[in-house]
Write a new protein. Structure first.
Length: 508
């Protein structure tokens, strides 16, 4: 079974880190050693899995693709068996995002790998891609850089400055998906290509104008698709390593001479990439036209390198999730003083029950973020604000958070008041359900205790647990002066039952 994510101690020289990218075409793993603040790659693994080929258009995954994926993950898991789980991050992208029942795949996948697997949104994928490219090829100060990554199922477009992204987009047009969509049966023709360019170009338009207005000083392509195309262009003497606006039409004409995908014979093209190269060249030509690109250089980095640097950030004071929570606090006008009171009380109780409840630093961080954001929905409406806030969190693109992390945060906000729906935690993998219910109980109590928005500290606050029995002790004089709080605590017995706890408030 996958190992849970324990407290992550600060990185030390010599620590090994592992990043796993479950892409729609290939699974990649990179292992690096942390030395003097830098990463030194010690091993790389890549296996062609083609999960996108196994998708049936209705969210189903073929048994063959599923088996290829699980066997690959088992091999990866053997290589990282001795690396602590908090130094490993495995992220799934577009093909898993499109599954009708992702948990049905993720549960055996985590067992095969021996580690937790998180699903990231397209825009979070874009952030990590840019992070990897920026660290591998540091941008010039104050310059804008465009990064394009053509994956198997989607293509990410990012404009960034320095190490930060300014714009992030993810489109459902990857090399596998586009080959299947526009060239069914493997047939190639100029008419099909022209129609496909028009269709994909229309999908680029909603963001192309904004991107061109923002501008960039250099453009880089990340992923194996760009590397393969640049090598073909160089072998055909169309360019010297870069991909250019002049080279692409000539490459396309050479490709279309084949008439069928099985007959493609481009120099340096591997047999492994031949079945999907048409879709990759198509997407890239559409991008060149929509963004008026003239030249695209090829980066040696991709999302997996970005994941490694994100592990470093999460192990330091540069966790991008903190900045995202702060941005949400400002955007939705959350009462920061009230949020801080709720957070302080929630963390005070967390310290009292963390050991018997087996809660760790990741649970503490999630509880803190939920406390800071629990009133987010008030910007929409007071009635049912916990529901509004939960919806916003679950369905927003929040930098630094995986889909599971957002789902857990949304569940905590949804259950911090009123009745707890039976389905509140259904979206979470089994390994997160128990800590989610326990942190939800702490957040409910903290919110209840600060319902009056008082600034005065709570003099006595003793929380203890015995299995599912949750006992809270408050100062008698403090409670006698607050009859509303006393009534709320009595009513909370029923609320806590919805989380599976027997709540017993008392006084001293």
């Amino acid at each position: 079974m996958p190992q849970s994510q324990p407290t992550s101690p600060p990185l030390q020289d010599g620590d090994l880190l592992a990043a796993i990218d479950l892409g729609s075409n290939s699974f990649h793993m990179v292992i690096a050693r942390y030395l003097l603040g830098q990463l030194r790659v010690v091993d790389r693994l890549r296996e062609t899995v083609r999960m996108a080929d196994g998708l049936d258009g209705k969210g189903g995954l073929s048994p063959q693709a599923r088996q290829r994926a699980l066997e690959s993950l088992a091999r990866f898991g053997q290589r990282i068996r001795d690396i602590p789980p908090y130094r490993v991050r495995a992220l799934a992208t577009n093909s898993v995002r499109k599954l009708r029942e992702p948990l049905a795949f993720l549960m055996p996948a985590e067992t095969a790998l021996g580690h937790a697997i998180e699903v990231v949104s397209g825009r979070e994928e874009a952030r990590l891609i840019y992070l990897g490219v920026a660290h591998a090829q540091p941008p010039k100060p104050d310059q804008h850089r465009l990064v394009i990554d053509i994956g198997g199922g989607s293509t990410e477009f990012i404009i960034g400055r320095g190490m930060e992204t300014l714009e992030r987009e993810s489109l459902q047009a990857g090399c596998i998906a586009s080959t299947r969509r526009f060239f069914p049966g493997g047939k190639l023709s100029k008419k099909r290509w022209k129609d496909a360019l028009t269709e994909i170009g229309a999908e680029f338009q909603p963001f192309a104008v904004k991107y061109r207005a923002l501008g960039w000083q250099e453009a880089l392509g990340s992923s194996g698709t760009h590397k393969a195309i640049s090598e073909i262009c160089a072998a055909m003497k169309l360019s010297k390593g870069a991909i250019t606006a002049e080279a692409l039409p000539q490459l396309r004409e050479e490709l279309l001479r084949a008439r069928h995908i099985d007959d493609i014979n481009l120099p340096t093209l591997s047999s492994e990439r031949r079945p999907i190269i048409a879709g990759g060249i198509l997407v890239l030509e559409a991008a060149f036209q929509a963004l008026a690109l003239q030249k695209l250089l090829v980066s040696k980095a991709a999302m997996r390198e970005g994941i490694l640097h994100d592990i470093i950030g999460r192990s330091s004071d540069n966790d991008p999730r903190d900045a995202s929570v702060e941005a949400l606090t400002v955007r939705y006008g959350i009462d920061a003083a009230q949020a801080a009171r709720v957070q302080a009380t929630a963390e005070r109780m967390f310290e009292q029950v963390a050991e018997p409840w087996q809660l760790d630093a990741d649970d503490a961080r999630m509880l803190g973020w939920a406390a800071r954001l629990h009133e987010l929905g008030l910007m929409i409406a007071h009635s049912g604000y916990h529901t509004h806030g939960s919806y916003v969190i679950e369905h927003s693109d929040i930098a630094g958070f995986s889909r599971q992390e957002q789902q857990m945060l949304a569940a905590l906000i949804r259950t911090h008041r009123r009745n707890v729906p039976r389905s509140a935690f259904d979206a979470l993998p089994d390994r997160l359900v128990q800590p989610a219910r326990r942190t939800a109980a702490l957040l409910r109590l903290a919110v209840l205790l600060h319902r009056a928005h008082e600034q005065h500290p709570i003099p006595t606050l003793e929380l203890s647990v015995d299995g599912n029995v949750l006992s809270l002790v408050l100062d008698r004089d403090y409670l006698d002066a607050r009859p509303l709080l006393r009534a709320d605590l009595i009513g909370e017995v029923e609320g806590m039952a919805g989380l599976g706890f027997d709540f017993r408030p008392s006084v001293t």
